[in-house]
Design a protein around this ligand. Structure first.
Ligand SMILES: [Zn+2]
Ligand SMILES: [Zn+2]
Length: 232
């Protein structure tokens, strides 16, 4: 049975934590990269105020997943563990930064560390087909090998710029209102630290090794950034 074909009868009695344990917790042995295998899969869940604890978030390791509540949990639509289902609440603006950086995304209201910002929306595709991968966001846990491509169809999240010391992170999210709904790979954007009104919302798109390799385009995320961005 594929890890994404849940035995519904079992899940319905246990809720979101059981969904994680059943579908994601013990499947790390099958990962291709031995480095990923060493890291236990981690379930991230917001607290009662809807805040995720991302204090020790390692943006290079992608072995973290949010499993949102569903009808299997018996909670209401307003449960803080349904952030993605509830939709974007934070006001954001697409902002033309400059000629080098192009468009970026800025906070139009203060965002607190651990708060949900928005979703990365696009078309779910296999990334290995012959096309421009610039707007691909790879899926590793919910459906390994797929990517969300926002090149032709997307939302504000496609404008999130790179920063070597980012203030936000994309996190794979297992989210469906009913356990019988199709499981579509989705990605949430959460703030890693407080983001002030007018501040750019940023993500680190590359590993430390790649940034420090000296190959590629000089990074312009901040004045004097020593890193290089690898070309696709
Ligand atoms: Zn809930
Ligand atoms: Zn940089």
């Amino acid at each position: 049975m594929s890890p994404n074909t849940p035995p519904f009868g079992e899940i319905l009695n246990f809720g979101c934590v059981a969904v994680f344990q059943l579908l994601y917790k013990d499947t790390k042995d099958s990962l291709e990269d031995p480095k990923d295998r060493e890291l236990p899969r981690k379930l991230l869940q917001p607290n009662k105020a809807g805040i995720l604890n991302l204090e020790h978030f390692n943006h290079i390791s992608n072995q973290k997943i949010i499993v949102e509540c569903s009808d299997a949990c018996g909670c209401s639509d307003s449960c803080p563990r349904r952030r993605l289902q509830q939709g974007q609440k934070k006001r954001l603006v697409v902002f033309y930064e400059n000629k080098i950086l192009g468009f970026g995304l800025r906070a139009a209201e203060p965002i607190k560390a651990g708060e949900y910002v928005t979703e990365y929306v696009g078309t779910v595709l296999t990334p290995r087909s012959n096309r421009d991968p610039s707007y691909d966001l790879g899926i590793e846990i919910v459906a390994e090998g797929l990517a969300i491509d926002s090149r032709k169809c997307g939302n504000l999240a496609r404008f999130v710029a790179h920063a070597c010391d980012p203030n936000a992170a994309f996190i794979e999210t297992h989210s469906r209102i009913f356990e019988t709904d199709p499981l579509i790979p989705r990605v949430s954007l959460y703030a890693l630290r407080d983001i002030a009104i007018g501040e750019a919302v940023t993500i680190c798109y590359y590993s430390r090794d790649k940034l420090a390799s000296g190959k590629g385009i000089k990074c312009a995320c901040r004045p004097g950034c020593p890193n290089h961005l690898p070309k696709n």
